[in-house]
Ligand binder design. Structure first.
Ligand code: HEC
Length: 106
């Protein structure tokens, strides 16, 4: 059985498919949070930012190994009237996630 969330079924290349992850990582990239463990986000920030950070295009093999699992194995939120939300707008630390939640008006 293929596991279509994580691999291209033909080539077995790692890939990201979950829209919540993609939206979340793009917000993280656009934020000012330090991400020394994600070098391609830091590189994207230094570029012209003509297109949003794209994990499938920009991510290294090492980053993709974390990203594929992080499509599900992360903190996320799905509240009334909200699209599934990865709360990474201000960074990945718990206080940054809390600040993101505090900014959501119910
Ligand atoms: C599409 C969502 C999704 C992705 C992507 C995903 N997981 Fe999971 N994972 C789950 C769910 C849901 C469970 C709980 C399954 C259950 O308890 O029946 C789980 C369970 C697990 C468990 C516990 C298994 C056990 O026997 O208790 C481990 C370890 C794990 N995942 C690791 C990973 C790793 C490593 C990756 C990336 C290579 C990954 N997962 C990618 C959804 C996902």
């Amino acid at each position: 059985m293929t596991w279509p969330y994580c691999h291209d079924p033909k080539t077995m290349e790692l890939r990201i498919t979950r829209p919540g992850f993609i939206a979340g990582i793009q917000k993280l990239a656009a934020s000012e949070a330090a991400v020394p463990h994600l070098p391609t986000i830091e590189r994207w920030r230094r570029g012209n930012r003509a297109t949003p950070y794209d994990p499938n295009f920009d991510g290294t093999r090492q980053e993709m190994r974390s990203y594929v699992c992080g499509q599900c194995h992360v903190e996320y939120y799905c509240g009334k009237g909200l699209t599934l939300l990865f709360p990474w707008d201000k960074g990945l630390k718990v206080e940054q996630i809390e600040a993101t939640y505090d900014g959501i008006k119910p």
